[in-house]
Design a binder for this molecule. Structure first.
Ligand SMILES: Nc1ncnc2c1ncn2[C@@H]1O[C@H](COP(=O)(O)OP(=O)(O)OP(=O)(O)O)[C@@H](O)[C@H]1O
Length: 255
């Protein structure tokens, strides 16, 4: 298992938010982190991305505790797209995407031909090439989200951690983005995304992790996890599960 947690506890000071999680994220698969607001999904993703240190327990990449990984070496293997990004004044789209190359070039390093190629590929994949010279502060929320995603892709890592990547995106761009993530998974990358849309998770992801109140409640395939009993227990909703008429995956319909 590429990315694992052992008895992971994160406490911001007011009591544990993650309460001893033991997880093994399947490599080469697309995993969704699901659960109610405040249950600890973003905290888990940040701990996996080395942005949040464990209070106890550990997170390992390739069997080695993240504390043992040098930040640049880790950033060449695992990229994190956090939920909220600050938008620096004046910065233009192409420059922002190029920051994704920092683990490969060094922060003030010059971009080589391969770096420029990866930046161009990431901008094309996210549909922001035409915005290359625009200032980030002039963009809409959805356009900006696609630029941050391009920056994350330009990092060219084996593993991508994405916090609510479809937020701000219209349905067309949501479908494109989820399709793109699916293709990256098909190329062997490991993807982990916090998602709120259960049906989107069911259609595009192969492994679902259902959390509540800092605990793991269930994990497995969409068919194993999206059941009326588990959805009632975790979200307090009455749901029916029917096959999605287009994809055949389990589809959750609220009563
Ligand atoms: N930096 C922080 N300092 C203190 N408490 C925090 C911090 N970040 C998150 N928390 C708290 O930790 C708990 C879990 O938050 P987290 O953002 O991980 O949940 P989430 O499942 O991602 O929620 P949502 O679905 O609303 O995004 C919440 O009670 C939140 O208030």
């Amino acid at each position: 298992m590429a990315l694992t947690t052992e008895q992971l506890v994160v406490d911001y000071g007011a009591g544990p938010v993650l309460k001893g999680l033991d997880l093994a994220l399947p490599p080469g698969r697309f995993t969704a982190l699901l659960g109610p607001n405040g249950c600890g999904k973003s905290t888990l993703l940040r701990a996996l991305g080395r942005l949040q240190a464990p209070s106890s327990g550990r997170v390992c990449w390739q069997g080695e505790d993240l504390r043992g990984w040098r930040p640049r070496a880790y950033a060449r293997q695992v990229a994190l797209l956090p939920q909220a990004q600050e938008t620096p004044e004046g910065i233009r789209v192409a420059e922002a995407v190029a920051y994704g190359r920092a683990p490969h070039t060094g922060l003030w390093g010059r971009l080589g031909a391969e770096d420029l190629r990866q930046v161009a590929l990431a901008m094309a994949a996210t549909g922001v090439t035409a915005l290359a010279d625009c200032r980030l502060t002039e963009l809409s929320g959805g356009q900006r989200q696609r630029v941050w995603l391009a920056m994350t892709l330009a990092q060219q890592t084996d593993c991508l951690l994405l916090d609510e990547p479809t937020t701000y995106l219209d349905i067309n761009h949501q479908v494109e983005l989820m399709g793109l993530l699916g293709r990256l998974r098909d190329q062997g990358r490991t993807l982990v995304a916090v998602l709120h849309d259960l049906n989107q998770a069911s259609r595009y992801c192969d492994h679902l992790i259902l959390m509540r109140d800092g605990y793991l409640v269930a994990q497995g395939s969409p068919r194993q996890v999206l059941t009326p009993a588990l959805l009632a227990r975790v979200f307090q909703v009455e749901a029916e599960i029917h096959p999605d008429p287009v994809a055949g995956t389990p589809m959750c319909i609220l009563r």
